[in-house]
Design a protein around this ligand. Structure first.
Ligand code: AVI
Length: 325
């Protein structure tokens, strides 16, 4: 039964991947691929490694803020609390929030992720926390959140965590819609902790997304390797180089895979041949950066009120607490 469900899920995934690859590479104009496909098992491991790079301060800043201010962050949450997290990550940052809440009451924690490997890692990291019960939800963010919201008791508040500036990987309109969808699933008084990476000097941003060791380049190129594996394509990784670009106007870092020479790649599973000119790129990710006031502004329109903000000095980053109105 379970393996049947897994097979169905995998074929749905393949259909979506095939449609996205066709849409992104099949037409003239800027080629692109959705960044969510960066995270297969190897991609997720490479992203973990990125968090340790000296050039990429984001993950450490996010954890520093949560570690330093956990008690203040959870202080508006009175009574029984359920914590849900979109994207379980390694669980390292969440530990501080759960410890702060768990010091005074039992806490139920629901990490939500489409990757079972990520959920397992998170459970392992947090399994020894006393007074915290963990139940992993293997689902996309909004379905997982609906499930958690429907399960909690009437008297339980929900604290939703969306850390790591993953919101920055959404296009601005999609981010606004996503926050509205989140609000629809919450009740007045529920908390929403949103992590956002702030704008910083261009050279720091470029270095963060094009590190000297080449880990981010490997993370980016692995996307083509994944398409080779899943769709039987023949991308030659040697034909591409990774490039990070900063657009000050759009306030975003873009990751591109730039073709080094004119060539053709074949994707037989979708009967597509993709022609590249020298210098032509596949746009693989946008990472939007924010000003301090952006999180409250974006969330206000969705029905959240500002309840507090904590910043990191070393690597400009903001953790913003919002309360559903
Ligand atoms: C997951 N996300 C917030 C990362 C970011 O910084 O946009 C993904 C990443 N891409 C390259 N390095 C890290």
């Amino acid at each position: 039964m379970r393996s049947e469900a897994v097979r169905t899920a995998h074929s749905t995934f393949l259909d979506e991947l095939a449609a996205d690859v066709r849409a992104g590479l099949g037409d003239a104009g800027q080629k692109s691929l959705p960044s969510r496909y960066l995270y297969d098992d190897l991609g997720s491991a490479l992203f973990e490694a990125i968090g340790f790079l000296p050039e990429y301060g984001l993950t450490r800043a996010d954890e520093r803020i949560v570690r330093t201010h956990a008690r203040e962050i959870v202080s508006p949450m009175r009574g029984p609390v359920t914590v849900a997290e979109l994207g379980s990550g390694s669980g390292r940052k969440t530990r501080w929030i759960l410890e702060a809440l768990g010091a005074t009451r039992p806490v139920a924690y629901y990490p939500i992720d489409i990757s079972s490997a990520a959920l397992e890692r998170c459970e392992l990291e947090l399994s020894r926390l006393s007074s915290v019960s963990i139940e992993s939800i293997e689902a996309d963010y909004l379905s997982g959140l609906s499930l958690v919201a429907s399960r909690r008791r009437k008297d339980e508040r929900l604290l939703l965590l969306f850390l790591g500036s993953t919101i920055g990987n959404f296009e601005p309109d999609d981010a606004a819609e996503f926050i509205r969808e989140i609000r629809r699933r919450l009740r007045p008084g529920d908390g929403f902790l949103l992590g956002t990476d702030l704008v910083k000097p261009a050279p720091d941003l470029i270095a963060a997304y094009d590190d000297a060791l080449g880990v981010t380049a490997a993370f980016d190129l692995n996307l083509l390797r994944r398409i080779n594996r899943e769709l039987d394509a023949d991308f030659d990784l040697e034909n591409f180089r990774h490039e990070a670009r900063w657009s000050a106007v759009e306030k975003r870092v873009e990751m591109h895979l730039v073709s080094r020479l004119p060539h053709l790649a074949r994707i037989p599973a979708i009967e597509l041949d993709v022609r590249f000119r020298a210098g032509e790129s596949i746009w693989t990710e946008s990472s939007y950066k924010f000003d301090r006031k952006d999180p409250a502004r974006m969330s206000k329109r969705a029905g959240f009120a500002f309840a507090g903000q904590w910043l990191d000095e070393d690597w400009p980053f903001a953790e913003t607490l919002l309360v559903a109105g």
